[in-house]
Ligand binder design. Sequence first.
Ligand SMILES: Nc1ncnc2c1ncn2[C@@H]1O[C@H](COP(=O)(O)OP(=O)(O)OP(=O)(O)O)[C@@H](O)[C@H]1O
Ligand SMILES: Cc1cn([C@H]2C[C@H](O)[C@@H](COP(=O)(O)O)O2)c(=O)[nH]c1=O
Length: 207
Amino acid sequence: MGAFIVMEGIDGAGKSTQARLLAEWFEEKGYEVVLTKEPTDTAFGKLIRKLVLTGGREGIIDGARISHEAEALLFAADRAEHVSKLIKPAVEAGKVVISDRYFYSSLAYQWARGLDLEWLIDLNRFAIRPDLVILLDLPVKESMKRINGRSIKTEFDKIAELQKKVRENYLKLAERFPEMRIVNALASVEDIHNDIVALVEHELFKK
Ligand SMILES: Nc1ncnc2c1ncn2[C@@H]1O[C@H](COP(=O)(O)OP(=O)(O)OP(=O)(O)O)[C@@H](O)[C@H]1O
Ligand SMILES: Cc1cn([C@H]2C[C@H](O)[C@@H](COP(=O)(O)O)O2)c(=O)[nH]c1=O
């Protein structure tokens, strides 16, 4: 059985933690798992980290920050490579692909940056739809506490106001995309994992 599962949520919602635990759960059941993320570690992902996700001079071209449209196009280019070279072949080979972020991140974040949602949806139309998207929903106050200890990664993703808009956007997207399921990310790591397993069993194994 090939399957494609995505973890989404604001910064610090617990996506990487839960993606790893879910990958281990599938592996214990004997599945071949591909654990991946966006932005990727490829040349496009590295370009995004350099041009978009750094608070320093790198994101500045000719004295001005790159435009939000250019940001959205870079994320989409990275995703196009991700889908065609890794996600699609792995699912077709019967593997379970778990991605930490996917095009829903572009919809939630780049929409919060003021871009048109329908344009963003069109731009990402090439991206195959996952079987299940787990939206880890967490109040921004808690997510800021969780990521507070990190070294300064970006100015881009550190602003609580932006994170609030992103959270609202995710909740609106969950009403539009039937593959999205909301999980309360305020619980303990173990309880959240159990909720996710219950969802996977219900949605993918129809238990
Ligand atoms: N349920 C939880 N309760 C308390 N702390 C948690 C919980 N889940 C994760 N954490 C901690 O919160 C921090 C952020 O978790 P994690 O890296 O998994 O989030 P993330 O959503 O992948 O973040 P980002 O989007 O910024 O990469 C980590 O220090 C992690 O150990
Ligand atoms: C895929 C994708 C990501 N982003 C933003 C969301 C986060 O602030 C960073 C990625 O940081 P992480 O710690 O690696 O999760 O990038 C975005 O704005 N648009 C996207 O499509």
